[in-house]
Design a protein around this ligand. Structure first.
Ligand code: DQA
Length: 148
């Protein structure tokens, strides 16, 4: 099993960025956590990427077809704006888990919309970086039940 973990804009600034909301751990900590948690969940490969550019994220989702068995995505601000990310996820029809570090449902009104959610079989919010480990476990479960 191979998982692609995608991170949208400003998540490279974890640790520096609004630590009251996103915590003090860095993006490198997040990559290490995903790799540890992914291995524990049974993934042979967990590729963790981040971009501030919507098109990069769309390209990576497209390229995942035939290369990865599933995707964990934190689209960050693009969650609330991007039909393109939704369409890309639908196009490849891989299993996708949406993850947010913060409890988006308790924040501003503009964070209450998620376009990508319609293409995801699960959404995790408000668990901090541990939410990515949770997402990888859900993805592994789903793939194992399907016999991937
Ligand atoms: C976020 C929540 C988004 O609303 C925000 O734009 C982010 C991070 C989260 O992980 O909690 O950049 O996706």
């Amino acid at each position: 099993m191979r998982a692609l973990v995608l991170n949208g804009p400003n998540l490279n600034l974890l640790g520096l960025r609004e630590p009251d909301i996103y915590g003090r751990e860095t993006y490198d900590d997040l990559v290490a956590l995903c790799q540890r948690a992914g291995a524990a969940a049974g993934f042979e490969l967990v590729d963790v990427r981040q971009s501030n550019h919507e098109g990069d994220l769309i390209d990576w989702i497209q390229e995942a077809y035939g290369t990865f068995d599933g995707i964990v995505i934190n689209p960050a601000a693009y969650t609330h704006t991007s039909v393109g990310l939704l369409d890309a996820c639908k196009a490849v029809s891989l299993p996708v888990v949406e993850v947010h570090i913060s409890a988006v449902e308790e924040r501003e009104d503009f964070r209450q919309v998620s376009y990508v959610r319609a293409a995801c079989f699960a959404t995790i919010t408000g668990e901090g970086l541990a939410g990515y480990a949770h997402a990888l476990e859900l993805l592994a479960d789903r793939l194992q039940r399907r016999g991937a």
